[in-house]
Every structure is written in structure tokens, then in C-alpha cells.
Design a protein around this ligand. Structure first.
Ligand code: ZN
Length: 217
């Protein structure tokens, strides 16, 4: 288990005390918790110090990984809690951002989500998962989704998402149902991260599908 600690200073009565927060270890494919249906959280649970601390720890864990989303089963907790943040796009060209319809998504919390597909259109692109290291797969995802959920204050929220944000939501909500991206990926086109960077990083999805011999390219 990798332990990483950061110190957070909290002003209290003029003093500053240190609270140790721990980045959590991310469970990997093969752990049963990744295949279980996660249970809903009650309003009381969401507002409890335990879950509020867990949200902070998941935020830190996602940022350290780094990833753009993290679902509670990935840190071994079978509850319907997700954190999402997709702000750092410096590794992508403008063309790649446009092709993937990837726009900045600030940090937010998704609890007890109900996801509805809003678009018949499916888009295909590589995605990976912090629980399935070193592999990327081409996954068809709905272009637009609507998610009804609670936020970290247990308030009802409706999210309308398109493009890459819709992909993130579908990937993370899948985690709460015990589904991993490899269940939806074209298995014949599974690619190591190393080969993705070497062979496909700058190519369009059409060129990638042609190159990997996928039908419909
Ligand atoms: Zn994942």
C-alpha cells in the first residue's frame, strides 16, 4: 500500500493545527469490489464527517493518480460516490480537444446517480482506467447523457453532458454497477499505453480503426 500524506493547515482559535490526509490506494482489476453493485448513500451518510472526509481523500487520490474521475469501488468502498475533474488538457492539441469534444470540467461530486442516454449517436475513442493499468481500449459511448444525482451537500442535481464529459460520466457510473471499460471495449483493439503513445496518439479515430483492422473504419 502506497501511503502519501499531505498536511492541511486549519486555522483554529488563532492556531494552525495539522490534519493528516491520506491518498488512498486504488484497487486493481481482479478485486471483487470492482465487480459488485455499489449501494446508495443516505442523506445522513452523505453529510457525515466520514463521507465528507472520504470525498476529500478521493479528490486527492484522483489528482495524484492523475485521473479525471474516480468511483468509490476503486478505493475499495462499495458505495455510489464519484468524484470528477477534467481541467488539465496541456498534453492535448486543439485538434484533439475538438475531435473528442473535451472541455474543462471543474471538480464536482456525483452521488446515487441515475444516468439516461440522451443521444442515439455513439462516439468511439480510447479510454483507460486507474483500476486497469497500462491498457487502453476503444469504447463506444453515447454522445450525450443526463444524470440525476445528489451533490456533496445531498442536494439534487441534474447534469446534462456531451462529448468527453459524457464519456467520463458513463465510465464512472459503470463502476457503480460493477462494469469496467474492458467489458465494453473492442477486445481485438486493446492497446498498451506505450503503444498508444508510440503508434496512435496523434491519429484520428478513423485512422486508428483502419490501422487495427476494426470493422466500420
Ligand atoms: Zn475506471
Amino acid at each position: 500500500m502506497i501511503l502519501r500524506w499531505i498536511a492541511v493547515g486549519i486555522p483554529l482559535l488563532g492556531y494552525s493545527i495539522e490534519v493528516k490526509m491520506q491518498a488512498l490506494s486504488i484497487v486493481q482489476a481482479g478485486e471483487p469490489v470492482l465487480r459488485q453493485k455499489a449501494r446508495e448513500l443516505s442523506v445522513e451518510e452523505i453529510l457525515s464527517p466520514e463521507i465528507q472526509d472520504l470525498i476529500e481523500e478521493m479528490k486527492m487520490t484522483m489528482r495524484e493518480a492523475p485521473g479525471v474521475g474516480l468511483a468509490a469501488p476503486q478505493i475499495g468502498r462499495s458505495v455510489q460516490l464519484i468524484v470528477i475533474e477534467d481541467m488539465n488538457h496541456s498534453h492535448l492539441t486543439q485538434e484533439q480537444l475538438e475531435e473528442r469534444k473535451r472541455f474543462p470540467v471543474p471538480f464536482h461530486v456525483v452521488i446515487n446517480p441515475r444516468l439516461a442516454i440522451e443521444s442515439e449517436a455513439h462516439v468511439e475513442f480510447f479510454e483507460g482506467c486507474l483500476s486497469v493499468p497500462a491498457l487502453l481500449g476503444i469504447v463506444p459511448r453515447a454522445e450525450a447523457v443526463r444524470v440525476e444525482c445528489l451533490n456533496e451537500r445531498a442536494e439534487p442535481v441534474v447534469i446534462q453532458a456531451q462529448g468527453w464529459y459524457a464519456r467520463i460520466l458513463q465510465h464512472e457510473v459503470d463502476h457503480l454497477q460493477g462494469t469496467l471499460f474492458i467489458d465494453r471495449a473492442y477486445l481485438s483493439a486493446l492497446t498498451t499505453q506505450e503503444n498508444y503513445m508510440k503508434l496512435w496518439n496523434k491519429k484520428s479515430i478513423k485512422k486508428i480503426k483502419e490501422g487495427l483492422g476494426l470493422p466500420g473504419a
